[in-house]
Structure formats: C-alpha cells, structure tokens
Design a protein around this ligand. Sequence first.
Ligand code: OAD
Length: 247
Amino acid sequence: MKPPTQTNAHSEDRLLDAAKAALRKAVRPVTFSGAGLSAESGIPTFREAQTGLWAMYDPMALASPEGFATDPELVVGWYNERRRNVASAQPNAAHCAMAGRQDIVHVTQNVDNLLERAGANDVVHLHGSLDRDKCSGGCGHREDIDLANPLPLRPCPLCGHWMRPDVVWFGEQLPRVGWLRADQLAAEADVFVVIGTSAQVYPAAGLIATARRADAIVIEVNIEPGATPGIQLTGPAGRIVPELLSL
Ligand code: OAD
C-alpha cells in the first residue's frame, strides 16, 4: 500500500467522519466480518496471495466433506493446528472496539473466538466455530473443544461415526438458526459495517446486498481498497475499527 498523500489523508478523514455520523444515528447497526478482522492477531486469511490459507493448502482436501471422507486424520490434524494457533492468539484492537459496542450485533464468518474473548456478547457465527466438534454422521452429538488441547480423530460416543470440527465446509449449508438471524439483521439494518472480508463466499456475502436493498448505509473497512459501493475506509482493521466505533 502507498503512504497517504495529504489530499488522500483529508478525504480519508472526511469518509471516517461520514461513517461515524451514520453510526451515531443508527438504530439497528450490524457488523459483518471476515478473516481480515483477525489478521492482526496472527490468524491467516484465506485468499490473500502467498499468505492466505487457500494459497498454501487445497481447500477441497481440507474443508469439504469429500476431503474428510478421504483422509479424516489429515483434516482433523490441520484443524487442530488452527485451533492451537487461535488459542495462542489475542484479540486485537478491532475485536476489543467491537466488543465494547454492546448495541451492535456482530455477524462473522470467522470460526475463531476472538470477539467473544474480547467480551462481545452477541456474535452470530455463520461458518461455525473451532471450539466445538460434531458427529459427522449427523446424530447431533456435539462436544466443546479446548482450543489449546484439541482432541485427536475419534469416533462419536453415540453412533460411532467420526467426530469432526463444527465448521461449515464447501458444499455445506450454513447453520440454519444463525443464517436466518443474520439475514433478518441485514434486512433490518440501517448501518451495515463490512470488516475484513473479500465477500466472495455465498450465501454469507449476499448479506451485503440484502442490507443495501434495505437502504442501509454500507461502510467497508479493508486493508485494500474495496469494491463494495458505500463508504470505503481503507486500512488495517486494528487501526480503523477503533476510530470508527469510538463514540
Ligand atoms: P478472505 O481471505 O477471502 O478475505 C480476507 C479479506 O481481509 C481480504 O479482503 C483482505 O484484503 C482483508 N484484510 C486482510 N488483512 C486485513 C486487515 N488487517 N484489516 C482489514 N482487512 C484486512 O477471507 P473471508 O472473506 O473471511 O469459509 O473468507 C470467507 C470464507 O472463505 C471464510 O469464512 C472461509 C473461507 O473459505 C469457510 O471456511 C467455509
């Protein structure tokens, strides 16, 4: 990224002021976040060249029901590495600023627990959570997982199918209750703050269009200039989000 020129800095200040003014008036503000929110905590994103997880690993081998059926041990081992990484990470300034705004509902695609560890009490996880396992056979059995000491591949104690991370894989449906709530929140939002997502994975990314159809003001925080029409705040979430959400 180029350093801002003075003119750029002025227009960035104006955009930030406009975004803050919109949030001050908001009655039903919602955030919608992705991997960029946790990047400054040391959690890798997915689609960034070289450093993104999907630049280094095959998503279909590690994050699909077919990949799990082919090599469940590999998949569980990979997720357990990610779990240990999250356990040793700390919430960053963006998580803390979001947690400090108890009036805002936070919808996230992230499977980490950094918003909760920062103190957020209303987080909708669209893609599941690393801190639970579920039975891959669909019997409904779930177990909490200590991220620092995740359990190895093992059978479900109720039905004998393999236990697997309770996250959404490619080709799978989103958790129904969370999705319905997120869709309704987007449809009723007056300000919709999109933080650190490439907005390429549907149906989650469709929430932005839903909010726009509802005439919400869309604010996008991203380290790269975004393509989302609305107020663009370009820079790291750890710097911009605390400025944006401070009252
Ligand atoms: P991506 O890796 O696709 O996008 C990360 C976004 O964060 C990019 O737009 C970056 O420019 C931006 N970014 C990186 N660092 C940032 C920072 N410090 N501050 C602000 N923005 C930053 O990740 P997601 O959009 O979350 O799904 O990906 C969506 C889904 O695809 C994930 O939930 C996951 C993945 O496959 C499943 O696993 C089902």
